[in-house]
Design a protein around this ligand. Structure first.
Ligand code: HEC
Ligand code: HEC
Ligand code: HEC
Length: 434
C-alpha cells in the first residue's frame, strides 16, 4: 500500500516537474524576440528635410526630450533617472551613435521599439517608454520620427545600470505585462466627427500619451482603460481628471485649453505646474494646428464635467471664515503667500488667476497644492513664464499642512482635506528626484 502510494507520488512529481519545465520553456519561447540585424548609420541626406521637420514636430508632441535629455546633458543622449513605483530606470540614448545610441537601428527596429516595446537586440523594454500609446502611431509618423533622430548629432554615453526591485530587472517578465496591457493597433478615425477632432484624438491617444499620466493605473502599472482620463499620478503629483470628472470650477473650452497647452497658463484657471510644465513647454513649439486639434478633442471629453457650463464663476474668498477655522495657516499665508496671491497684490493686478480658479485647491487630493507649495513653479529654462518660489525648506510639514488647510478653506467651498500632515510627508518623499 505504502509502496504503491510512494511510487505514484514519485511518478506524479516527475511528470509535474516535466510539465513545469516544458511550461517554462514554452513561456520563454513566447517571450523571445529575435534581434533585428544592425545597419550602418544611414547618411543624413537619405532623409528629406520635410520629413525631418515633421519628425521634429512629432517629437515635441511626444515629449521625447523631456525623458531622453538629462539635466544639463546633450539633447536625447539619455542618462536621466526616472522614478517609477518599481524602482529607478535610466532613460536610454536615442541619438544616432552606433555603439551607445540607436545609430545602427533600421527603420523596422525603431518601429518595433515604439509599437511593441522591443529593442533592436530583442530585449523587452519597460513601459516607462509610453508604448501603450506610441503603439497607435502611423507608419508614416514613426518614419518621420526615425528620420529626425537619425539626423541628430550622435553622442556617445555610458548608461548607468537600472535600480529596480527584484525580480523586475528580469526583462522577459515584460512580455507577460504586454500580453495583459498592451493593446496594439493604429488609431482609427471616428466617423461623424470633424477632421480636427479626429486629428486631436489621434495625437492625444498616440504620441501625446496624455493618458500616460491622466489615466489611473492598476497595481501592475497598466492603465485602467475603463477609467480613461479619470485622473492619475505622475512623480508624486496628481494629473487631474480631464474627462467628465474634471475638478475644474470653470469650463475648459477648446480656446482655453489651447491657451493653457500652448503657453502654460490660462487666466480662467491656473498655470501648468509639476510634470505638466514640460508638456506645455513642448507643445509651445509644436504646430499650432495640432495643438488646436488636441484642445478640441480634450474639450469634447470634458463636456459633462460639473464646471463645463460655467464660463465665468465669481472667485471665492472666505477670508474671515477661514481665518477663524485655521488661524495658524492664516498667519503663515499672510506672511508667505499674500504678497503675491492676496487681493490687491501687484501680481493679481496684472491679471493673474485667482487661487480659487485653479484646480489644485479644488481637487479631492491635496497633493498638487502641496507640491506647488513645496516645489514652486519654475518656468522652463530660457522661457518667460509665471514664477513661484519653492518653499520646501521654509516650513515644517505641519506648517505646510496648515497653509494648505487654510487655502482650501478660504478659496474653495469644498470640505477640508483629511490627514494633511501625512500627505505633506508623502509628497516630499515622492517629489524627490532619484
Ligand atoms: C515618459 C518618458 C519617456 C518618453 C516621453 C519617451 N521615452 Fe523613449 N524611453 C524611455 C525609457 C525609460 C526608455 C528605456 C526603457 C528600457 O530600458 O527598457 C526608453 C527607450 C526608448 C527607445 C529604445 C532605445 C534603446 O536603446 O533600447 C527608443 C527608440 C525611444 N525610447 C524613443 C522615444 C521617442 C521617439 C520618444 C518620443 C516620441 C520617446 N522615446 C519618449 C522613456 C521615455
Ligand atoms: C508627465 C505627465 C503628464 C502628461 C504626459 C500630461 N499631463 Fe496634463 N497634467 C499633469 C499634471 C501633474 C497636472 C496637474 C498640474 C497642476 O496642478 O498645475 C496636469 C494638468 C493638466 C490640465 C489642467 C487640468 C485642470 O483642471 O487644472 C490639463 C487640461 C491637462 N493636464 C491636459 C493634458 C493633455 C491634453 C495632455 C497630452 C497632450 C497632458 N495633459 C499630458 C501631468 C501630465
Ligand atoms: C512670488 C510670488 C508668489 C508667492 C510668494 C507664492 N506664489 Fe503661489 N503662485 C505664484 C504664481 C505666479 C503662480 C502661477 C499662476 C497661477 O496659477 O495663479 C502661483 C500658483 C499657485 C498655485 C496654483 C494655482 C491655483 O490657482 O491653484 C497655488 C495653489 C499657490 N500658488 C499657492 C501658494 C501658497 C499657498 C503660497 C504661500 C505658501 C504661495 N502660493 C506663494 C506666485 C507666488
Amino acid at each position: 500500500m505504502f509502496v504503491k502510494l510512494a511510487s505514484l507520488g514519485r511518478r506524479f512529481w516527475l511528470s509535474t516537474a516535466a510539465i513545469a519545465v516544458a511550461g517554462a520553456l514554452f513561456l520563454l519561447a513566447l517571450t523571445y524576440r529575435p534581434a533585428i540585424p544592425p545597419i550602418s548609420p544611414p547618411p543624413r541626406d537619405s532623409f528629406s528635410l520635410a520629413t525631418v521637420e515633421r519628425g521634429a514636430a512629432l517629437a515635441r508632441i511626444g515629449d521625447c526630450t523631456t525623458c531622453h535629455t538629462a539635466n544639463g546633458g546633450a539633447p536625447f543622449a539619455g542618462g536621466k533617472p526616472l522614478a517609477t513605483p518599481f524602482g529607478t530606470l535610466f532613460v536610454t540614448n536615442i541619438t544616432p551613435d552606433a555603439k551607445t545610441g540607436i545609430g545602427n537601428w533600421s527603420k523596422e527596429a525603431f518601429r518595433r521599439a515604439m509599437r511593441d516595446g522591443v529593442a533592436r537586440d530583442g530585449k523587452h523594454l519597460y513601459p516607462a517608454l509610453p508604448y501603450e500609446h506610441f503603439t497607435h502611431t502611423t507608419d508614416a509618423d514613426l518614419d518621420a520620427l526615425y528620420a529626425f533622430f537619425m539626423t541628430r548629432r550622435p553622442v556617445s554615453t555610458v548608461q548607468p545600470a537600472n535600480r529596480l526591485y527584484p525580480p523586475l530587472g528580469f526583462r522577459p517578465l515584460l512580455a507577460g505585462w504586454k500580453m495583459l496591457f498592451l493593446h496594439k493597433g493604429i488609431w482609427q478615425p471616428t466617423q461623424g466627427e470633424s477632421a480636427e477632432w479626429n486629428r486631436g484624438a489621434y495625437l492625444v491617444e498616440s504620441l501625446g500619451h496624455c493618458g500616460g499620466c491622466h489615466t489611473p493605473r492598476n497595481l501592475l502599472g497598466g492603465e485602467k482603460r475603463s477609467r480613461a482620463y479619470d485622473g492619475g499620478v505622475a512623480d508624486g503629483w496628481v494629473a487631474p481628471a480631464i474627462n467628465g470628472n474634471s475638478p475644474a470650477v470653470r469650463a475648459w473650452t477648446a480656446d482655453r485649453l489651447y491657451t493653457y497647452l500652448r503657453t502654460g497658463i490660462d487666466m480662467n484657471h491656473a498655470a501648468a505646474a509639476g510634470p505638466m510644465g514640460p508638456v506645455t513647454h513642448n507643445l509651445a513649439r509644436a504646430p499650432e494646428a495640432d495643438v488646436r486639434a488636441i484642445a478640441v478633442y480634450v474639450a469634447s471629453m470634458m463636456t459633462r464635467a460639473p464646471g463645463a457650463k460655467v464660463l465665468s464663476a465669481p472667485p471665492i474668498d472666505r477670508a474671515a471664515q477661514a481665518a477663524a477655522a485655521e488661524p495658524a495657516g492664516a498667519a503663515l499665508f499672510a506672511g508667505a503667500c499674500a504678497g503675491c496671491h492676496g487681493p490687491g497684490a501687484p501680481m493679481m493686478q496684472q491679471g493673474r488667476p485667482d487661487l480659487s480658479l485653479g484646480s489644485p485647491l479644488h481637487e479631492d487630493n491635496a497633493r498638487d497644492a502641496i507640491q506647488i507649495i513645496i516645489q514652486g513653479l519654475t518656468p522652463p529654462v530660457g522661457a518667460p513664464g509665471p514664477y513661484m518660489p519653492a518653499l520646501a525648506d521654509n516650513f515644517s510639514d505641519a506648517q505646510i499642512a496648515q497653509i494648505a488647510a487654510y487655502a482650501r478653506a478660504r478659496f474653495t467651498d469644498k470640505p477640508a482635506w483629511p490627514n494633511l500632515e501625512e500627505a505633506v510627508r508623502k509628497a516630499r518623499k515622492e517629489g524627490q528626484q532619484p
